[in-house]
Design a protein around this ligand. Structure first.
Ligand code: 9WO
Length: 251
């Protein structure tokens, strides 16, 4: 898989990639991530990429020509061009999976007070938002999308951390996790995790993940794919039971 990130601030994007698991994945040839300096596609001696907004009102707008030229240079037949924009489709794990199935992503990070509308109408195939807030540019959202997509590629994470195992991959929140020491500031690791009974541990974890989801994000339970035993647990939560009263009996 190839991901190109087009930006006026390449060092802002290169740093986090080079310093993370993404950099290691790139070195190992698992993913081809290229950070592209948009200024190289801007014309003129000063390589200006922005201009005054038509209609007045102040505020500079990213010109269309450099972005069109960059995409023309980078494009491959199967490329999908994605503009990071707060007006786009809300980014979710499902969209991460969808973008992960594309052989070549070209991510466009905007700047200034906006991007010329013709980029949205005639260049981008897709617009993605990572949330309802305004930032100073699309670089951090491009990194978020790159990180979420890259970790789905086999081998990018260690085998133990296979991406598909996460409870979130199933539409649930993670339950609690513990490491050493067994007791810290008077708080003990639950006995079940020290029991060595892997079937019991698996049941406890499922019940905890369900409980946390029920407590914090009950909306996720509407769409999560639950086994009949899990549905029964949720039904018990609805009737006022806590996770510790229910999980022992659940299959
Ligand atoms: C800035 C601004 C200033 C005054 C009045 C209106 C204004 N709008 C903007 C603006 O939208 N700036 C954008 C900043 C220009 C394009 C890149 N920017 C951006 C992308 N901010 N936030 C995102 C973004 C992208 C994806 N998901 C969440 C946020």
């Amino acid at each position: 898989m190839r991901i190109d990130i087009v930006t006026l601030f390449p060092r802002m994007v290169e740093g986090p990639i080079a310093e993370s698991i993404l950099g290691r994945a790139r070195e190992r040839g698992l993913i081809d991530i290229r950070v592209v300096n948009l200024r190289e596609y801007a014309e003129g001696r000063h390589r200006v990429a922005d201009d005054y907004q038509f209609g007045g009102g102040g505020g500079m707008v990213l010109k269309p020509e450099p972005l069109f030229a960059a995409v023309e240079a980078l494009r491959t037949p199967r490329a999908r061009v994605v503009l990071l924009d707060p007006r786009g489709r809300r980014f979710t794990q499902e969209i991460a999976r969808e973008l992960g199935a594309v052989a070549h992503l070209i991510l466009l990070a905007g700047r200034y007070e906006g991007v010329d509308e013709r980029v949205s109408t005639a260049l981008a195939d897709d617009e993605v938002s990572i949330g309802d807030y305004v930032l100073t540019g699309g670089e951090l959202p491009a990194l978020v999308v790159t990180d979420a997509v890259a970790r789905l590629i086999p081998g990018v994470l260690g085998d133990a951390a296979a991406a598909g195992q996460d409870s979130f991959a199933r539409g649930l929140l993670e339950g609690p996790q513990y490491t050493r020491p067994e007791e810290f500031h008077g708080m003990r690791v639950p006995d079940v995790l020290l029991s060595g009974d892997h079937q019991m541990i698996a049941r406890w974890r499922r019940a905890q993940a369900l409980w946390r989801t029920w407590q914090r994000r009950p909306d996720l339970l509407e769409t999560a794919e639950l086994t009949p035993a899990e549905q029964k647990l949720v039904e018990e939560f609805r009737r006022g039971k806590g996770p510790d009263e229910s999980w022992m009996r659940s299959a």
